[in-house]
Design a protein around this ligand. Structure first.
Ligand SMILES: [Zn+2]
Length: 286
């Protein structure tokens, strides 16, 4: 049996356009701010490797996101900021191919924000190692919501609402903390440390026997790597909601260079347009 990669559909969200795209100011761009919703997909990945079963990211729950007036404060074309059928979550997607949370060896989490950790509690008490950068857990536990009694208020408070302790501090989760790049299954499944969007942000490179190298980019869409900001010179548009814009741009450059060198491709976790062209579970890439 050789390695297979599955795309797990986690539903659709709408964000404020200016939330994901770090635009320049009006004088530099010559444009007014574009109000309005921007559709993004929320997908996760399953890697069925002869040596281990690996899930990359765990999506969002309607339960938590329905509390928000929007993401943030913008709704989609139908008056919703998210649309999700009951099977658009990683656990139901895996069930389509007969895989249960108890079968999973590793859950790699790109970062601990709530639209990537919604189904983490399903893995409490299982054998799965939850693979997270040390720096990410340090950040999450320091700024997470709700604040811990007696803690100093975090300086980097603007991400606070996205770090939900009910998810990442669920009892029974067996974490494997890593620091930097990490070959999870040799070069077949390699975790790249890409600080920027958050302090411990990471993504995964899989090197498939037939498809070739595929970089799994959990929290991005294509334009963030390849579009040139209207008042900029080089490609790369970070999340407006980023911990370090410069760090994120360096991380994008690292990924662009790597993918070019290995003649690989990128599957984007939040790209609605690309999603429509991908094979989704139960189909797979090998
Ligand atoms: Zn995201």
């Amino acid at each position: 049996m050789s390695m297979k990669l599955y795309i797990l559909d986690g539903g659709q969200m709408w964000v404020e356009r200016g939330f994901l795209w770090h635009f320049g100011d009006g004088a530099a761009t010559g444009e007014e701010y574009h109000e309005g919703p921007f559709g993004i997909r929320n997908i996760q990945f399953f890697i069925d490797h002869p040596k281990a079963k690996v899930v990359f990211d765990l999506g969002f729950t309607s339960e938590w996101f329905d509390r928000l007036p929007g993401f943030p404060h913008r709704r989609g074309p139908h008056g919703h900021h998210l649309m999700k059928t009951p099977d658009q979550n990683p656990v139901s997607q895996l069930a389509k191919i007969g895989v249960k949370p108890d079968d999973i060896d590793y859950v790699v989490i790109s970062h601990l924000m709530s639209e990537h950790t919604g189904y983490l509690p399903e893995f409490a008490g299982t054998k799965a190692k939850i693979v997270v950068q040390e720096a990410e857990m340090e950040y999450a536990s320091r700024i997470g919501t709700p604040p811990r009694p007696g803690d100093e208020p975090a300086v980097e408070q603007f991400h606070t609402w996205m770090y939900v302790r009910d998810y990442f501090e669920k009892k029974g989760l067996d974490y494997l903390f890593i620091d930097g790049d990490y070959e999870l299954l040799g070069r077949d499944v390699e975790i790249l440390s890409l600080p920027g969007h958050t302090p411990g942000f990471q993504n995964v490179m899989v090197r498939l026997p037939k498809t070739g190298p595929v970089f799994l980019s959990a929290c991005e869409h294509r334009g963030m790597y390849y579009d040139v900001p209207v008042n900029g010179y080089a490609p790369g548009i970070p999340h407006a909601f980023t911990w370090s814009a410069a760090g994120e741009l360096w991380s994008f450059k690292r990924v662009r260079d790597l993918v070019e060198k290995e003649e690989g491709q990128i599957f984007f976790g939040h790209d609605q347009e690309q999603f429509e062209t991908l094979k989704a579970c139960p189909e797979y890439y090998e």
